[in-house]
Design a protein around this ligand. Structure first.
Ligand code: SF4
Ligand code: SF4
Length: 486
């Protein structure tokens, strides 16, 4: 975390978590509701994100989901493009590109993802906490309710709150499952007899309980202690990273109005509104999710005490200390170049991917067969992966050696949309053309008459015997010619 000199009052803040008291017990965070310009923008962004998140599984392109992360069937659809286990290298590459983007984004803008786009924060702050606020009242009332005896008021408020939390968790679980198994499968679990989808039903309940546990109990602990992204902040941020920051140059020495020269009136409103319970005046901290609630809070106070707004604002450490404008650092340029290169390669690999991927292998346990007409045959297996949403009829053509012929065993090859299929075929070569133990073979794969890929394999033939035969034949020819001369 960026070291600041803004720690005159609470020097030990780095020694303990803001949500744990001296005895090691959890301190429940009840952030005060704070309206303001940033809050309005965040509200719009959050409900837009929620709308997209909920609508996502219902959006289809040509009857196929926009997103699907079916780990069970190992089928993934991202932006309408299907991916299969055979695309694992693409997935790995996409992950690397994504991580570089995260590093770049965080090093420039800090942890904005957490406060503005992360589903955990959006559900927590804009759904669950809203309901809590609606049932139990503002932060003061909630704190009072925590402390009070289990009387009728506490029982009905808590019961109602947890009942609604459970219903919403069940709803989130359904949305989550819709992304994993698809909305059509989810509909089946909901509408068809339980016995037919018992596994799906168990998953639905299990996820509901997980989400309930996260939003009713774990809450900000997920951001502080569970999510690895938060842990990375310390190494990703530098003194030029933009983040929610307290202008300690302006704010210190803090104190009640008229008692000090600093602008901070020590009202603690920035702490009261913080959903992770920290004091941003101690400097950028691991717990800060950049929600900017403290910016709105402090601005409202500055307005009241007739001091310029922006005592807490979005700024880098260097901007505050050196009063300089935002600048692009060599680190940012380096990350940007690296990310652009990775993105270019990823796009090329994704869009140049063949619609049908074929793997051809010689049938195991088989070498070659010699036919009565003198041709040698090899048996091959072909595995076809259709990476598109169209059915394809497949043709295989031997490009080289030209004398080779290819015949499919059984029905013509075909592969249905987003499916895998297998086939078997022979390649025959006149024995006279087998000049080495392994003859290189090139096969073109055609989907609906269009070449989608070219595959190289080998053809095994009885080269030793053939050479022997050729040698014998040439010896005989030699002998005959010698006898003739005699
Ligand atoms: S310190 Fe401010 S920006 Fe950070 S989490 Fe708390 S309220 Fe949000
Ligand atoms: S809200 Fe502003 S004035 Fe009040 S304590 Fe926080 S930084 Fe100081």
């Amino acid at each position: 975390m960026a070291e600041t000199s803004a720690t005159p009052h609470v020097e030990d803040f780095r020694d303990h978590l803001s949500i744990v008291d001296e005895k090691g017990k959890r301190k429940w965070v009840h952030p005060k509701f704070q309206a303001g310009k940033i809050f309005t923008r965040r509200n719009i962004a959050a409900y837009l994100m929620l709308g997209l998140l909920v609508a996502g599984p219902f959006i289809k392109i040509n009857g196929h989901p926009l997103f699907l992360f079916n780990v069970v069937d190992r089928t993934f659809i991202i932006w309408g493009i299907p991916f299969f286990p055979q695309d694992f290298f693409l997935f790995g590459f996409a992950m690397i590109t994504f991580f570089v983007f995260i590093i770049l984004f965080t090093s420039v803008f800090g942890r904005w993802w957490c406060g503005w786009a992360c589903p955990q924060t959006i559900f927590m702050e804009f759904v669950f906490r809203r309901i809590e606020h609606w049932i139990e009242g503002d932060s003061q009332h909630r704190r009072r309710l925590d402390k009070q005896e289990w009387n009728w008021e506490k029982i009905w408020k808590r019961a109602l709150k947890h009942f609604i939390f459970l219903i919403i968790s069940f709803f989130i679980s359904n949305i989550f499952l819709a992304y994993v198994i698809g909305i059509d499968e989810l509909k089946k679990i909901i509408t068809e007899p339980l016995t037919e989808h018992f596994g799906g039903f168990v998953a639905m309940i299990a996820f509901s309980l997980v989400f309930y546990g996260v939003f009713a109990y774990l809450r900000e602990m997920v951001c502080i202690g569970v999510c690895p992204y938060g842990r990375l902040q310390g190494v990703l941020l530098d003194k030029d990273s933009m983040a929610v920051s307290y202008d300690f140059k302006r704010g210190e020495p803090r104190g009640k109005v008229g008692t000090t020269t600093g602008d901070c009136v020590d009202c603690h409103l920035c702490v009261a509104v913080c959903p992770t319970g920290i004091d941003i005046r101690n400097g950028t901290q691991l717990e800060c999710i950049n929600c900017a609630a403290c910016v709105d809070a402090c601005n409202s106070i500055m307005e009241k005490v007739h001091r310029p707004k922006g005592l807490i604002r979005i700024a880098s450490f260097n901007q505050i200390v050196k009063h300089r404008k935002f600048r692009i650092t060599p680190r940012m340029i380096g990350y940007s170049v690296l990310w652009s290169v990775l993105l270019f390669i990823l796009s090329y690999l994704t869009f140049s991917r063949p619609e049908v991927e074929a793997t051809i292998l010689r049938a195991p346990g088989q070498l070659f067969q010699k036919k009565d007409d003198g041709t040698i045959t090899n048996l091959y297996t072909v595995n076809l992966v259709n990476k598109s949403f169209d059915d394809h009829s497949i043709e295989l053509k031997v490009v080289s050696p030209q004398q080779a012929s290819l015949s499919i065993v059984g029905t013509p090859l075909a592969v249905k949309q987003a499916q895998v299929s297998d086939g078997v075929f022979f390649i025959a070569l006149p024995s006279g053309e087998v000049k080495q133990m392994k003859t290189p073979v090139e096969i073109d794969v055609l989907a609906d008459g269009k070449r989608v890929s070219g595959i190289k394999t080998t053809f095994i033939g009885p080269v030793y015997k053939q050479h022997q035969q050729e040698q014998e034949e040439s010896k005989e020819e030699e002998k005959a010619s010698t006898e003739h001369h005699d």
